[in-house]
Design a protein around this ligand. Structure first.
Ligand SMILES: Nc1ncnc2c1ncn2[C@@H]1O[C@H](COP(=O)(O)OP(=O)(O)O)[C@@H](O)[C@H]1O
Ligand SMILES: [Mg+2]
Length: 314
């Protein structure tokens, strides 16, 4: 049985059709990332699965439960890190872990959770005195204190500095390796690429692609060829000059010229042949495997209103 089953899920907020017929499964032990720009519907989907919002229509099953019933056995087996936390500011970190932990039948010790989340030094400080990133770690700590079989993480690392992010990644990887099923949302592509066994790309309330990160990268993108625009060529002439040589859509941003191509060898041969003939140096010429970011831009570029790299909540 799948850990999560979603069939033709719809959610309307008044006139806003925020989720438009989404279907996917998450297997037990899998780390699944819902990736998409702000407003795509990620939080709505996740909070329906947590039992925090009601679906307009569709079928959802989470660990075999109907989350809208909010049964004790269901709550006992899931951990939740909401996009925006609501932890009481006046308690210390240790106190909130004790309070929240006591709600679960099988809980991790406070010391273990403090250590897993790198909060040992902050244990006796009040939550209200912590930085945004530290408070997010408290959210993460509360998500895992009940030893969940299934953990929901809605943008878990937004606001983290690089070392805190690395720590959170290690923790999520460790949980995944230990058999915990994880449903994660993120707008950080490197996070999805690093952590997820599979990625579902959500845009405008619909799932527009779903696969392993490497299959998404292999299947959709090809190879990225890029170089600096030579001084002798005006930016306005870049597409006309390089389009025929590259034989794929050319992107120009500032002085960077870039294209995603299928057959990079012949493209590089044409480009370098042309450059040598013209006695032009193609500075910074590089040929790299496309990243999940390239896939994501291809998928969401032309129809997404949100800026996927933009921080914040929608
Ligand atoms: N509680 C709400 N009431 C009304 N509209 C909402 C509510 N929550 C989200 N929306 C709208 O639903 C759409 C999807 O939002 P959300 O699920 O938060 O997306 P994401 O998490 O991908 O940024 C957006 O257009 C948003 O404005
Ligand atoms: Mg959200």
């Amino acid at each position: 049985m799948a850990a999560i089953e979603v069939r033709d899920l719809h959610k309307h907020y008044g006139d806003n059709h925020a989720v438009r017929g989404v279907s996917f499964d998450v297997r037990p032990g899998e780390v699944y990332a819902l990736l998409g720009p702000n407003g795509a519907g990620k939080t709505t989907v996740v909070e329906i699965l947590e039992g925090h919002r009601a679906a307009t229509s569709g079928e959802v099953s989470v660990l075999g439960f109907d989350p809208s019933k909010a049964e004790r056995d269901f709550r006992d087996r899931i951990g939740v890190v909401l996009q925006s936390s609501g932890v009481e500011n006046e308690f210390t970190v240790r106190e909130v872990l004790e309070i929240y932990g006591s709600a679960y039948r099988t809980r991790r010790s406070t010391e273990e959770v403090l250590q897993l989340t790198g909060l040992e030094a902050k244990a006796d400080e009040r939550v209200g005195s912590l930085s945004g990133g530290q408070r997010r770690r408290v959210d993460l700590a509360l998500g895992i204190v009940g030893t969940p079989d299934l953990l929901f993480l809605d943008e878990p690392t937004t606001g983290f500095d690089p070392s805190a992010r690395r720590l959170a990644w290690d923790l999520i990887e460790e949980l995944g390796a230990g058999g915990t099923t994880v449903l994660l949302t993120t707008h950080y592509l490197d996070e999805a690429e690093h952590l997820a066994d599979r990625v579902g790309v959500l845009a405008h309330g619909a799932l527009i692609a779903e696969d392993t990160p490497s299959a998404l990268i292999d299947g959709i993108s090809g190879t990225v060829v890029s170089f600096q625009l030579p001084e002798s060529i005006a930016p306005g002439d870049a597409v006309a000059t390089f389009g025929p040589l590259i034989d794929a859509p050319v992107r120009v941003s500032g002085r960077l010229v870039e294209a995603t191509v299928e057959h990079s060898t012949s493209v590089v041969q044409r480009l370098t042949g042309w450059a040598v003939e013209q006695d032009i140096e193609l500075a910074g010429l590089s040929v790299t495997r496309a990243s999940l970011e390239d896939v994501y831009l291809q998928l969401t570029d032309h129809d997404a209103h949100g800026d996927p790299t933009q921080e914040g909540t929608a």
